[in-house]
Design a protein around this ligand. Sequence first.
Ligand code: UDX
Length: 439
Amino acid sequence: MRLTVIGTGYLGATHAACMAELGHEVLGVDVEPDKIAALQSGQVPFYEPGLPELLMRNLANGRLRFTTSYEEAADFGEVHFSCVGTPQRNDGTGADLRYVDAVIESLAPHLRRPTLVVGKSTVPVGTAARLAARLAELSPAGARAELAWNPEFLREGMAVQDTLRPDRLVFGISPEAPHSEQLLREVYATPLAAGVPLVITDLPTAELVKTAANAFLATKISFINAMAEVCEATGADVAQLSASMSYDTRIGGRFLQAGIGFGGGCLPKDIRAFMTRADELGVGEALSFLREVDAINLRRRTRVLTLAEELCGSQLAGRHIAVWGAAFKPDSDDIRDSPALEIAQRLHARGASVSVYDPKAMDNARKRHPELDYAATPLDAAEGADLILHLTEWPEFRALDPHAVAGVVAHPRIIDGRNILDHESWRAAGWTYRALGRP
Ligand code: UDX
């Protein structure tokens, strides 16, 4: 099929390359010429394992190319995927829909023949119905320009795998879009034939699946982090608590890892936008627990600062602190709402000298926080440190020898913000090892 993918950020660049990999002819569209030039020359402007190879292969075989022209996109595509971002608004907690709206405003006037526009972005419930009406109003094809919703559930670091072989597909189909289900079935023929479960539903349910799923994941993480707070008050061990709970298959162990909590471009802004939308709909009370989920999450960052103060003898000013990790999670160079980087910045604000190392996120971190120092290796960051903070769980940090690290620091003290280092071997090497929610 001939598909366009509009918006070539994380979601769009991955979706475009993966749709080409599935055998479709794909045109990626973005308003930023630099981004398009980079992608067209085979460069992925962010770190995502497996994506550069996929991009190169499909550029070379001619199934994938990029443009900045909406007119060209409208002429080319049978199906148009809208993959633009929905960040948090600058003036509040709701979602900023200007990019989602701009896709329809820019594309629709060029749509002269029957066509399907598919939304993949995470949007407040009700957005799709509004966009469908606007699409029909603006496009010369009128009601034959149909709109469907097909939420994306990809995880950064696993984006290629999650797109080629998702754990489920959700099609939000409206009665005004009679051809949309069949077209989407053709787009996803390969994963569907491989047995990927398909849910066909209405537009609001499809929009809600995404926000509800992210709200659930955020709640699970904050639940175990709330237990960590209780553990800290009682001398109990949250890691053992979590492991013991996880044997109950109704609970499961995933997203039950206590630590400095969730960040990134999705969970934090999605739960806030969800609460804002619920307020607008008059059901704010139903989601009031998400306010606590958000607050528990943010409290964990403050807890690291308190613990750092405790370990450094109450004074952070003038201390040298090594921060291992800047990305919001491993296998990503994304620093959006990164707990690690926020903690680093707050230590600096209190007068500590902070040296950061991350395997992939250094450039992004340096641009956002030029006031911090950046080291070339984890050991360089640790040189002369009064304290090390392990804040993003890259495998590289787990492979370090605690004895070797002890040889370069001023004081062997470490806070494991992800509860994942082998605390016995760190302690055996003479370290004061502290973690959140553990004695
Ligand atoms: C998330 C959803 O998982 C994905 O389905 C959705 O489409 C987009 O948002 P992502 O933002 O890539 O994906 O990150 P995810 O793997 O969900 O991790 C989110 C954050 O939670 C990270 O900061 C991670 O470190 C943290 N986390 C995760 C924990 O603190 N504890 C856990 O047990 C799991």
